[in-house]
Write a protein that binds this ligand. Structure first.
Ligand code: F6R
Length: 595
């Protein structure tokens, strides 16, 4: 959600570094982009609406410059146009910003009363004016930043260039992610590692409230009171390949294909926290991570025998809660930066709950906030629509369900899942076979890509998978799609089923498979085009479907990881047939750092 990059140094041309960095951060937002750089002692600001490519078309990448900041935007305040694009400059201060200044209206009024005028609708321009005002008042950037942090409410990460000071780049972090890349006679700032990984693997993370004064050969980090502090230099584990498409047309397809490997890596879990003694589990998450939580709820309740609530983090934040210290709260997040999930964790801690994060990005805000963390080993996920991180989240939840089941006295569970660890080892091969069945998914996509309304139905865990399948399809193909609990259709929604309305029915739970098949018969007899997705052990023939996908049966705790693959690949192929911008769907951004 907005990407920031900054460079200071004499080894490279700043503009090239900024554009390369922004291209690798474009998944964070892509409705406009801009850079500010110093060349011949002059500050230049260039911005464009739309993708980085538009900006690039208006730049000379060879321009000599050793200091610059750049931004790719996901609009929060004001339309997505050139005027609202970052960087924003006010007199001596030019900034790029990720996050929201919540009290910007009051601040704007105060600044207008003392003569400041504004050209854009953004909170960022207000931030630049406030820093400018404080800088002119104190003639000190340290004092200006400290007071800015006291005055500006909300979450923000900011990169700053100060007029007349070509030797420093400033960075502030409060709530939104920001790292400092450490080089040799050159340094960087970035919202995320992909922006700088091709230049350096060394980085420093800033904590909330900290700010940095960066020159080409020095990095000084200060706490919120202006006291200089020591920071550890860390090393990123991945390499530039992790952000390369590696020959795939889209990151999404690459990431779907990486799933067997991700499952293998994530299965390597030692030091699982002991979660046996909680009377209840509450899962907080958003979007697909919440859907992973719903799969986890089914697994943990059925096999681990503990009640689980799954809460949409943005709802959890503002509702009456009945939590206590016997409640384990699990936060699931790929980015580890989702604002609502982060806040949900903070709230849970206030109730005395133990918090466990299932997180993909190391050192991210949610990872740092949780008492315990289990990392999904999905690597960098670039496509906005999650696939491999979702699967890794489900995998960890199934491992937790297994651990609980193993330690319980629920004999039925123990028998059903007894070969779990061996089955988990074999799973990547099974997943690969399912992924390789490409023609099947292309064939289904061909039949549904031009339909307006598509339904996914299932019961229990298959309903949870339906929700994820439906979200994948709608977010990248823009087709209207809905997921329904199969038994609920006839309570209203069935009136939408018409001739040839595609209905994808997921039937993988033996206990209720006949019930879902009855529901498929109901929609089939009303004209629906039924795509029946089932497992080889439950496979039924009949006239209740038009197309059928039969998946390998695996350990029940792992079955969702097989079943999700056709749904991801159908969504991908439908979006491809509709010529959609698959990796960057309209209006979306990865890492939602605003509430
Ligand atoms: C959908 C998708 C989103 C995210 C959601 C939570 O494909 O990716 O729904 O799952 O925004 O993001 P994280 O997992 O980063 O907290």
């Amino acid at each position: 959600m907005c990407g920031i990059v900054g460079y200071i140094g004499k080894n490279k041309k700043a503009i090239e570094v900024l554009i390369n960095g922004l291209e690798n951060l474009e998944y964070r937002g892509y409705d406009s982009a801009g850079i500010a750089y110093i060349s011949d002692n002059e500050l230049n600001i260039i911005k464009e609406k739309g993708r980085i490519q538009n900006l690039k078309n208006n730049l000379n990448l060879n321009t000599e410059s050793r200091l610059g900041i750049g931004h790719t935007r996901w609009a929060t305040h004001g339309a997505a146009n050139k005027n609202n694009a970052h960087p924003h400059r006010c007199n001596n201060i030019t900034i790029v910003h990720n996050g929201i200044i919540e009290n910007y209206i009051e601040l704007k009024e105060e600044l207008m009363n003392i003569g400041y005028t504004f050209k854009s609708e953004t909170d960022t321009e207000v931030a630049s004016a406030l820093i400018d005002y404080l800088y002119s008042k104190y003639n000190s950037m340290d004092k200006a930043i400290i007071e800015f942090e006291n005055k500006a409410k909300g979450a923000y990460a900011i990169g700053i260039i100060v007029n007349g000071n070509n030797d420093n780049l400033y960075a502030i972090k409060k709530g939104s992610p920001l790292i400092i890349g450490v080089g040799n006679n050159e340094n960087y700032i970035a919202s995320d590692v992909p922006a700088i990984i091709s230049y350096t693997k060394k980085y420093i993370t800033l904590n909330d409230g900290e700010y940095a004064k960066i020159s080409e050969d020095n990095i000084e980090v200060y706490n919120e009171f202006g006291k200089i502090i020591n920071k550890e230099i860390k090393e990123f584990e991945g390499d530039a390949n992790s952000i390369d498409k590696c020959g795939y047309e889209h990151y999404m397809n690459k990431e779907i294909h990486e799933q067997p490997e991700v499952i293998k890596k994530t299965s390597d879990m030692d030091n699982l926290p002991n979660i046996n003694n909680f009377s209840k589990i509450t899962i907080v998450a958003c979007g697909s991570a919440m859907h992973a939580g719903l799969v986890g709820k089914n697994l943990i309740e059925n096999y681990g025998n503990i009640p689980v609530d799954v809460e949409i983090a943005s709802e959890f934040r503002y509702k009456k809660l009945f939590l206590n210290k016997d409640n384990l709260v699990i936060a699931i997040s790929q980015s580890g930066e989702t604002a609502d999930t982060l806040e949900a964790v903070k709230i849970a801690k206030k109730y005395g709950c133990h918090t466990l994060g299932i997180i993909n990005v190391k050192e991210s805000s949610i990872a740092r906030e949780c008492d315990d963390v289990l990392y999904t080993k999905a690597g960098s996920e670039i496509a906005v629509a999650t696939t491999k991180a979702y699967s890794a989240q489900v995998e960890i939840l199934s491992i937790l369900a297994y651990t609980l089941a193993k330690n319980s006295d629920n004999v039925k569970s123990i028998v059903e899942i007894k070969n779990f660890l061996e089955d988990l080892k074999k799973l990547p091969i099974v997943m690969q076979e399912v992924i390789d069945d490409e023609d099947t998914y292309k064939n289904i996509a061909n039949k549904i890509y031009n339909k307006n309304d598509i339904f996914f139905i299932g019961r229990g865990i298959d309903y949870a998978l339906s929700m994820e399948g439906s979200l994948k399809l709608k977010e990248i193909s823009y087709l209207h799609s809905e997921a329904y609990a199969a038994g609920e259709l006839k309570h209203g929604t069935i009136s939408l089923i018409d001739d040839n309305t595609p209905v994808l029915g997921i039937v993988s739970d033996e206990f209720i498979s006949d019930k879902t098949i009855s529901n498929l018969k109901e929609v089939k007899s009303r004209g629906a085009n039924v795509i029946y997705i089932t497992t080889d052990s439950l496979n039924k023939n009949g006239d209740f479907y038009d197309d059928k996908i039969v998946l390998p049966t695996v350990n029940p705790l792992l079955q969702p990881l097989v079943n999700i693959i056709p749904l991801q690949l159908i969504a991908y192929n439908v979006a491809k047939l509709n010529n959609c911008d698959i990796d960057k769907p309209k209006n979306l951004a990865k890492s939602v750092t605003v509430e």
